[in-house]
Write a protein that binds this ligand. Structure first.
Ligand code: IFM
Length: 808
């Protein structure tokens, strides 16, 4: 079933049926002032933090799942009929109510047609501002004059700490006050000793008050008390004030509050009128007044909208492609990168699933997030990377979460058993990617503090990351798994050994050796390569099981992920990382990737392991708590899909890489939305596998490491435009029957036009490249040959040039 389509030209996803299988959401705003909005205008708002700054309420995991939100109710004042400008919450029958929702770059537009009235609502937060616009345009498409009344509605939190707001009602309700503060303005304040809040979290709770203003029409009524507007036994579908036809001008005082302004709109046939609501944080008499004075006209609102679009589109234009596959085009040209940018902004903190309990930057995921955004926002990527590097302790391990009030140099060392084994190994993906993107090789010499004490160059941080694991090796000479490796459900015991981290460490040692040589530190390079040699020997001694690599070795010596064990017999990560790290011999690579295909591939993506755990000890495989076929228990963990694609690309199998890519690609399910259920334009953390009862269902949209690896594997490996320290590598690995593809790529401030031609229909291999008409016989184009506007033509064929890949 299909509920919408991609409009790549406008950079929008257009939902044509509002009764989507789950709420399909979008994000507005920035990390200062953020918002989630669904295709039915459900959602919430937050200032800096979904947990501590939640000023607008959504009732999570409720029925329906996305209420309340940002609503406009419309009432025909003559017939008494009423509806909402989004299909929900009133939910008029769909044979009478037509609706379209366009989710775009940090804005959402919902148009509806009902009983001769067309409405268009547009929601966005202007760049750099802490308020939002809700614009409502209403057109009379009928032949008689209409008298309408519009009511806005949202629910403000009683307390910006979301847990307090939801749970601590004996306190939170009794601090709320709402009142009319000017002819077109409502003021909400929290009667609390604000300085206590400042003490708790000065960075966040610096407002704890909101305002809402109406522009374009006089305010003919209002409600600030939720109970007054909705009615004690009312609901969002039938709010008392809308039923009655007027607000009661309620002033909340120890009540739940709501944001309702009332406006009257009379329309002659064919006539259109517009009103808008401005809603923001701060004091109505200060921030509210100032904002309305500056931004309260339609002209200014239009300008702000243009600015917003320009800003987002410029980021998205850092990479665009025309390939023979439309689903890949939708992903590359808009949604893949947009998803990475939103994930980068909010980490795992705020969505329809993440309710704010995960505040701050989860270490390992945030380091990986750098891969997806380095080309689009190199400066922000650099700031984030430095912050993450400074979250590394001087012993080489990392803080599990970097909180908002984190200060480098002042963190207390965490207990030994709290360290994860993989956290800092992700540096060896993120740092080289960032340096190759920007060309700033001197970044390796930049001095960055440690979390607890002391400082070192970035290069020094990399060495500490290696030492951290090398100093914590188990009895088989593999790195200890510690609290967890990438897999949060793996509890091997402190001295249990993780083969996944062994492969990461191998990649780290290779990368470090390469960087050392470039920095003229040959002794360091030799050291790293000799450590790698020892590690390789240990891997080969203990970890090859004949058809695939094992999973891990628990502290008690039990080997997981072997043919002789029934549950979790084969583990995906260690197969693909054996390839990514270069540890697998060519023979092992072929064999273990065949095993992946045979045992783990499903039509919906690659399972994390198989068969699922049912009887395993929860103390070791805590994934056993999940239903079979879901999440870490033999589910399709979308974070890992890109690794499968890259491994097959390293194996030279473009057709299979394409098959894997398409199986897990959200856009593939645009015409099969009933299977995937989640938004076909964004990634989800987990897809239920064929071991489950509902294979293909996908959950936890938007914020996931899947975003980065999906986008990165397609752009840098499948399309193969991969920056290196000294040049731009063009090394695609595509479905063999593609004739080629075109890419516009921004690299080091140059806009490059790249065309890859594939006349011989190979999957991989560049025969030659022409740059502005000049032929070179290398698949890496030296940076000095490129200039802004350069045209690059790369011709694929059987007589392939060797590939000198300097980084993963
Ligand atoms: O790697 C983790 C991630 O950090 C949080 N979500 C689950 C993943 C796999 O366990």
């Amino acid at each position: 079933m299909q509920y919408g389509y991609f409009d790549d030209e406008a950079k929008e996803y257009v939902i044509t049926r509002p009764d989507t299988p789950t709420s399909w959401s979008n994000y507005l705003g920035s990390t200062e002032y953020g918002a989630v909005i669904t295709n039915n205008a459900g959602g919430y708002g937050f200032y800096k933090s979904g947990a501590q700054g939640r000023f607008m309420r959504l009732r999570f995991n409720s029925i329906p799942m996305d209420q309340p939100g940002r609503y406009f109710y419309l009432r025909d004042m003559e017939s008494g009929d009423y509806w909402s400008a989004s299909w929900q919450p009133v939910g008029k029958p769909l044979d009478k109510f037509k609706s379209e929702c366009r989710h775009g770059t940090a804005y959402t537009k919902i148009t509806s047609e009902y009983e001769g009235i067309k409405s268009e609502t547009k929601y966005y937060v202007p760049l750099g501002q802490t308020f939002e616009y809700w614009r409502l345009k209403v057109t009379n498409t009928g032949s008689k004059k209409r008298k309408l009344r519009a009511f806005s509605y949202c629910e403000f939190s009683n307390q910006w700490n979301t847990t307090q707001d939801q749970v601590n009602l004996q306190y939170s309700i009794f601090i709320v006050k709402g009142e009319k503060s000017a002819p077109n303005m409502l003021r909400y304040s929290i009667h609390e000793n604000l300085y206590i809040q400042h003490q708790k979290n000065p960075a966040i709770n610096d407002y704890m008050s909101e305002w809402i203003a109406l522009a374009g029409a006089p305010m003919t009524g209002f409600d600030t008390s939720r109970e007054a507007f909705i009615g004690t036994y009312g609901n969002y579908k039938e709010p008392a004030a809308v039923l009655k036809g007027e607000c009661s001008n309620s002033e909340a005082f120890g009540d739940n509050s709501c944001g309702t302004v009332q406006a009257d709109i009379e329309l002659n046939p064919g006539e259109t009128k517009e009103i808008m609501v401005l809603l923001g944080i701060g004091d109505a008499n200060v921030e509210g007044k100032k904002t309305v004075e500056e931004f309260g006209t339609f002209e200014r609102a239009d300008q702000e909208f243009e600015k917003l679009i320009k800003n987002w589109h410029s980021k998205l234009n850092s990479f665009s492609a025309v390939t023979p596959d439309e689903d890949i085009n939708h992903t590359v040209n808009m949604w893949g990168l947009y998803n990475c940018l939103i994930t980068f902004a909010w980490s795992r903190a705020a969505s329809l699933v993440y309710n704010g309990e995960r505040d701050g930057l989860g270490y390992r995921d945030s380091v990986q997030d750098i891969l997806g955004v380095s080309a689009a926002i190199p400066q922000e990527a650099e700031e984030r990377l430095v912050r993450l590097l400074s979250g590394q302790f001087s012993n080489g391990g990392a803080l599990p979460v970097i909180s908002k009030d984190f200060e480098a140099g002042k963190q207390k060392m965490i207990p030994a058993e709290k360290f994860r084994s993989d956290d800092c190994q992700w540096f060896f993906n993120a740092v080289p990617c960032f340096v190759a993107e920007t060309g700033n090789f001197d970044f390796f010499n930049r001095v960055v503090p440690y979390a607890d004490k002391g400082e070192d160059t970035v290069y020094g941080h990399l060495k500490q990351a290696l030492l951290f694991n090398l100093e914590r090796m188990g009895k088989d000479g593999l790195p200890c798994g510690l609290l967890a490796d990438w897999n949060d459900c793996l509890k091997l015991g402190y001295h249990g050994e993780s083969l996944f981290v062994a492969f990461q460490l191998r990649l780290g040692l290779t990368t470090y050796a390469d960087i050392s040589k470039r920095l003229g530190k040959n002794d360091e390079a030799d050291w790293a390569l000799s450590e790698r040699k020892k590690l390789d020997e240990n891997i080969q001694k203990k970890c090859w099981d004949g058809k695939w690599f094992i999973w891990a070795i628990a502290e008690d010596g039990t080997v997981y992920g072997t043919q002789s064990i029934e549950e979790g017999q084969i583990y995906f990560n260690t197969q693909v990382w054996s390839v990514l790290s270069g540890a697998a011999t060519p023979e092992q690579m072929k064999t273990c990737l065949e095993s992946v295909k045979e045992k783990l591939a499903t039509p919906y993506g690659l399972m994390l392991c198989a068969p699922p755990f049912i009887y395993a000890s929860r103390d070791i495989m805590s994934s056993v708590v999940y239903l079979p076929g879901i999440k870490e228990n033999a589910g399709i963990f979308n974070h890992t899909q890109g690794w499968g694609i890259i491994a097959e690309i390293m194996n030279g199998n473009g057709d299979r890489a394409y098959e894997y890519c398409k199986a897990a690609l959200p856009a593939t399910y645009n015409t099969k939305a009933e299977i995937r259920q989640s938004e076909p334009y964004v990634i989800g953390q987990t897809t239920y596998s064929t071991y489950s009862k509902r294979p293909g269902n996908t959950r936890v949209s938007w914020l996931s490491g899947a975003a980065t690896w999906n986008y990165y594997s397609i752009t840098q490996y499948m399309l193969g435009i991969r920056p290196q320290y000294n040049g731009l590598l063009i090394d695609p690995c595509i479905k063999h029957d593609w004739d080629g593809f075109k890419v516009e790529r921004r690299w080091r401030k140059m806009n490059l036009h790249i065309e890859v031609k594939n006349p011989s229909h190979v999957s991989k291999g560049i025969e030659y490249i022409e740059i502005d008409g000049k032929r070179i016989d290398s698949s890496t184009i030296p940076a000095e040959l490129l200039k802004d506007g350069s045209t690059i033509i790369a011709v694929m064929g059987k007589n392939a040039l060797p590939v000198e890949n300097e980084r993963m």
